[in-house]
Ligand binder design. Structure first.
Ligand SMILES: [Cu+2]
Length: 286
C-alpha cells in the first residue's frame, strides 16, 4: 500500500516534470547550444558523448550500490564478504577507470587540437577589450572600429519597456563572411575581459599584454550575440558582442565601404579611447 503510493507519487512527479520541460524548453535551455561552427559541433558532440558515459557509469555504480544495500541488508542476516587486498580486484578497479579516462581523453584532445589550429585562416580579426566596449581590427585590411552597447539608456533605467535584444545589441557588430575560416586574436587595453559568443562554441580571455589566438568558421548567415565573460569592472554587463555573419560577396562589399571611410572613422574613434559608461551614477569619475 505504502509502496504503491510512493510509486504513484514518483509517476506523478515524472509526468509533471515531462510536461514542464516540454513547455518551458524554449525559455529554459538546460543544455549547451549546438552552435554554428565546426568547432561548436565538435564541442557539443564531445559534451554529449561524455555526458552519456557519465550517465552509464552513474546508473551502473548506483545500481550496484542500491541493489547491494537492499539484498545484503542486516535484517536478512547478511554477512560481509572479505576480499581485502585482492590483487585481481585492485587491478580491475585501476585498469577500468583508466581505460574510461583514456577513451574520453582521445576525443577531448582531438577537439582541443582542432580548436587551436588556426592555420589557413582567410581573415584575421584582432579583438581588443576596453572598459567597457570592444574594438575590432581587420588586420591586413586597414579596417577597425569600436563596438559599443546600443541599448537606450531609458531601457536600462526602466523608463522604457525593454527591447528584444536588451543589453545584447551594439552600434557596430563584428561582420564576418560565412563559410570562411576567421582567425580571432584577443587582447585587452586595460583589464582582463573575455570574448564569448556561445554559438561559436568557445570563449577567449582578452588579457592586456597578451594575444590569445583562436578561430571560427560560421556555417550559416545570421546574427550571433554574446557578452564579456570576465568580470571587468562596473559596466562589465554592458559590453555585449554581436557577430553578423553574411555571405562572402556581401562581406567584400561591406569591407570596401569600410575601407573607403576607414581613415576618418578610425581617427574619430581613436580620439575617444575611453567609453562612456552605460550605467548612470551620481558621480561620473571617468
Ligand atoms: Cu569586459
Amino acid at each position: 500500500m505504502e509502496m504503491n503510493r510512493i510509486v504513484a507519487g514518483i509517476a506523478a512527479l515524472g509526468g509533471g516534470l515531462a510536461s514542464w520541460s516540454g513547455s518551458a524548453y524554449a525559455e529554459l535551455a538546460l543544455n549547451m547550444p549546438r552552435g554554428v561552427t565546426p568547432v561548436s559541433h565538435d564541442i557539443y558532440q564531445l559534451h554529449m558523448t561524455i555526458f552519456w558515459i557519465c550517465v552509464v557509469i552513474g546508473i551502473g555504480v548506483f545500481g550496484v550500490m542500491f541493489w547491494s544495500i537492499y539484498h545484503h541488508r542486516k535484517s536478512r542476516g547478511a554477512v560481509a564478504a572479505q576480499f581485502h587486498e585482492s590483487t585481481l580486484i585492485e587491478i580491475l578497479w585501476t585498469i577500468i577507470p583508466m581505460a574510461i579516462l583514456i577513451a574520453m581523453a582521445v576525443p577531448a584532445t582531438a577537439t582541443l587540437v582542432r580548436m587551436y589550429d588556426t592555420r589557413d585562416a582567410e581573415l584575421t580579426v584582432k579583438v581588443t577589450g576596453y572598459q567597457w566596449r570592444w574594438h575590432y581590427d581587420y588586420l591586413d585590411e586597414g579596417v577597425g572600429f569600436f563596438s559599443t552597447l546600443s541599448t537606450p539608456q531609458a531601457q536600462i533605467r526602466n523608463a522604457a519597456p525593454k527591447g528584444e535584444h536588451y543589453l545584447l545589441e551594439v552600434d557596430n557588430p563584428l561582420v564576418v563572411p560565412v563559410g570562411k575560416k576567421v582567425r580571432i586574436l584577443t587582447t585587452a587595453a586595460d583589464v582582463i575581459h573575455s570574448w564569448w559568443v556561445p554559438e561559436l562554441g568557445w570563449k577567449k580571455d582578452a588579457i592586456p599584454g597578451f594575444v590569445n589566438e583562436t578561430w571560427t568558421q560560421i556555417e550559416k548567415p545570421g546574427v550571433y550575440r554574446g557578452q564579456c565573460a570576465e568580470l571587468c569592472g562596473r559596466d562589465h554587463g554592458f559590453m555585449p558582442i554581436v557577430v553578423k555573419a553574411i555571405p562572402e560577396a556581401e562581406f567584400k562589399e561591406w569591407l570596401t565601404q569600410m575601407k573607403a571611410k576607414a581613415t576618418p572613422q578610425t581617427a574619430q574613434n581613436e580620439s575617444h579611447p575611453v567609453s562612456q559608461p552605460a550605467t548612470v551614477s551620481g558621480d561620473q569619475t571617468l
